[in-house]
Write a protein that binds this ligand. Structure first.
Ligand SMILES: [Zn+2]
Length: 292
């Protein structure tokens, strides 16, 4: 148990500052700003300052890419929701990492490297997916559905492009490098090398899961008037859209939340798989039986 009240308060002040700055740039709605403040406070208070740094790296790069992309497209984009991220979008990406950070404060010290591995993996999954979405839009070739490989219009959930796939690796690499750097300097728990590979794997796994779920179970709509794919039930042109695939209850936010959870699981699994044999050195060799 390591609950530092001072760090919680410091985290709350910094998270409020980041949320305020993001609000003033119109990256977040009012609800999104409140959610970001809570996620940031729990992350720094439960985990630590370096945990918060990873989260800010995700949030700032994703928001800048969204803004640049929107400017490059010269305005509205019918396939996504409004410019400002709302509370549900913030929690879909930041909920799992924040929960892992809080779990750390309530767990014995020996499990903090595993939980940080999961945290970094979840943040990497969120980053990989957001970078892939934003940079994939710049693709000169139209996306192919990850299941079946059929060409689909840009903006279709589950559609992948070489640009987007490279972007997801790049986003994962950034978070993995930060996680490893923090561990190497003693700012975060765990081994730098394990975190580097585990976080990279987690980010790529999360982004892949996001595309797979997006291509299968996520609700996908089409505007009957414009013929464009969308995630909205009512298109920007005011026309009610029709469900073409997936389940109406499974939104892009549901899928993002699931993808960060998968990233977290992979992050924990890699940290655990590599950590345990080392921990059980000198034991009887039954590493598996020592798994809690
Ligand atoms: Zn339309």
């Amino acid at each position: 148990m390591d609950l530092s009240i001072g760090r919680f308060c410091g985290g709350a002040v910094v998270a409020a500052g980041v949320a305020w700055a993001a609000r003033s740039r119109r990256w977040l709605s009012p609800g999104g700003g409140a959610a970001a403040g809570i996620v940031g406070t729990l992350t720094v208070g439960g985990g630590g300052w370096w945990w918060g740094t990873l989260m800010v790296a995700f949030f700032a790069t994703s928001s800048v890419l969204s803004t640049l992309g929107r400017r490059a497209r010269g305005g509205q984009d019918e396939t996504v929701r409004g410019d400002e991220r709302d509370a549900v979008q913030v929690l879909a990406n930041g909920g799992v990492p924040a929960a892992l950070a809080i779990a750390t404060a309530a767990s014995p010290a020996r499990s903090t490297p595993l939980l940080f591995g999961g945290f970094a993996g979840a943040v990497a999954a969120a980053t990989a997916d957001t970078w892939a979405t934003e940079l994939g839009r710049a693709s000169p070739v139209s996306p192919r559905l990850i299941v079946g490989g059929r060409r689909v219009p840009p903006g279709t959930s589950g559609g992948i492009t070489p640009h987007g796939s490279l972007a997801s690796v790049a986003g994962s690499t950034l978070v993995a490098a930060l996680a490893a750097l923090g561990a190497g300097r003693g700012w975060a728990p765990g081994s730098g090398e394990r975190l580097l590979w585990g976080t990279l794997a987690a980010g790529v796994a999360g982004a892949t899961a996001d595309s797979l779920l997006g291509a299968t179970v996520q609700a996908a709509y089409r505007c009957p008037r414009c013929g464009k794919p969308t995630e909205r039930r009512v298109h920007g042109c005011g026309t009610r859209t029709v469900l073409v695939r997936g389940h109406p209850a499974i939104t892009n936010d549901t899928v993002n939340g699931a993808a960060t959870a998968i990233g977290g699981l992979v992050g924990v699994a890699v940290a655990r798989a590599i950590t345990l044999p080392l921990q059980s050195e000198g034991a009887t060799g039954h590493a598996v039986t020592s798994l809690d």
